[in-house]
Design a protein around this ligand. Structure first.
Ligand SMILES: [Zn+2]
Length: 351
């Protein structure tokens, strides 16, 4: 269930760094814009702006509809970005989607189709840039052109097909049952008082877990809270995906190690109930589930300690439910692997 390891040492280092920043350099100025942007002016006079907090409130209905508008317009003269549409609506709604209607997105899309630019539409919107930056960081790896294997019509083989659309996957492999609800921010009882910074997907032990987005395996091993867990950083390094409570004795795909590169839709491990123990390989979670979390990193200083930004991924998981990776078990190794491979432009970098 939870993910942050608040090691004492980590806290002490953070406190010392913070204190020395304040005491040492009087010229360092911290400016808060509506509690969202942090501007640091360093001694050398260079400015560094980055977002320091994001409340991701966009509901499934808005994500889904914006995605449709993006995909439908892709091959037209006026391709529309779902990220721009969502940022526009959030800036307009003040991040409140209680009265959201799909037609709000349709209206912006119509303006853009008629030749207006997003800059014209948003020039008086104070927070458009903030939402655009935030949503671009969350969603920039989600949609694009890719090639995927699909079954031949006669059902005997498979072939590559070029597509544009959602290219990320549900963390739960195809046909394996799971259920979940929006549990972000709920309180947790194990250890110190803390809140839940992800989404728990309840399922059966051994369910193959799939990489949502491709990236580099940055963490793999035991931690007191997450049990056997995997952390994967997106290739643009802005997103960190956290998969925790993996299966006792056989938590990961056997060939995975720190530094391995995975693709979206690859099997990475297996659902379990490990965690809540300082001793490795212990099942202390009552209900088997995958804890899935997504951290945003606008600046490397936000990766650890008290500057972490975790977003509510519940609505995202709902969106990803349409895209589940089909897997097959190797009877000898007992490992699962994907049936239909995927290729992205990014992959060329690593060939
Ligand atoms: Zn959890």
């Amino acid at each position: 269930m939870l993910l942050i390891i608040r090691k004492k040492a980590c806290l002490i280092i953070c406190a010392v760094l913070l204190l020395s920043t304040i005491l040492y350099s009087a010229r360092k100025i911290l400016v808060y814009h509506n509690n969202t942007l942090l501007t640091v002016t360093t001694e050398e006079g260079t400015r560094k702006d980055y977002i320091k907090w994001v409340d991701f409130n966009v509901p499934y209905k808005a994500l889904h509809h914006a995605l449709i508008l993006d995909v439908q317009s892709h091959e037209t003269d006026t391709p529309i970005s779902w990220i721009e549409l969502l940022a526009y609506v959030s800036a307009k709604n003040g991040n409140n989607f209680k009265n959201f209607k799909e037609k709000q997105l349709d209206e912006v899309a119509e303006f853009l189709k008629s030749g207006k630019t997003i800059e014209e539409l948003t020039k008086d919107m104070k927070y458009y840039d903030y939402y655009y930056q935030a949503y671009d960081t969350i969603l920039s790896g989600f949609v694009g052109e890719y090639e995927i294997e699909v079954p031949d019509e006669n059902g005997e083989g498979k072939h590559w097909e070029r597509r544009y659309g959602l290219k990320v996957f549900s963390p739960i492999a195809k046909t394996f049952p799971y259920h979940h609800y929006d549990d972000f921010g709920n309180s947790r009882s194990y250890g110190f008082k803390r809140i839940h910074l992800g989404n728990d997907l309840m399922g059966q032990v051994g369910t193959p877990i799939v990489a949502v987005e491709g990236g580099v395996v940055e963490a793999l091993g035991w931690n007191q809270y997450g049990g056997w867990r995997i952390g994967i950083r997106s290739l643009d390094s802005k997103r960190y995906y956290y998969y925790a409570h993996l299966r006792k004795n056989f938590p990961y795909r056997k060939d995975l190690e720190i530094g391995s590169i995975v693709k979206a839709g690859d099997v990475i491990g297996y659902l379990g109930r490990t965690g809540y123990s300082k001793t490795e390989n212990v099942n202390n979670i009552q209900q088997p589930h995958l804890h899935f979390g997504m951290q945003l990193i606008f600046d490397e200083s936000q990766k650890e300690c008290n500057n972490e930004i975790w977003i509510d991924v519940y609505q995202i998981i709902r969106l990803l439910d349409k895209q589940r990776s089909e897997v097959v078990k190797d009877p000898e190794t007992k490992d699962y692997s994907r049936v239909y491979d995927i290729r992205e432009c990014q992959d060329l970098l690593f060939d």
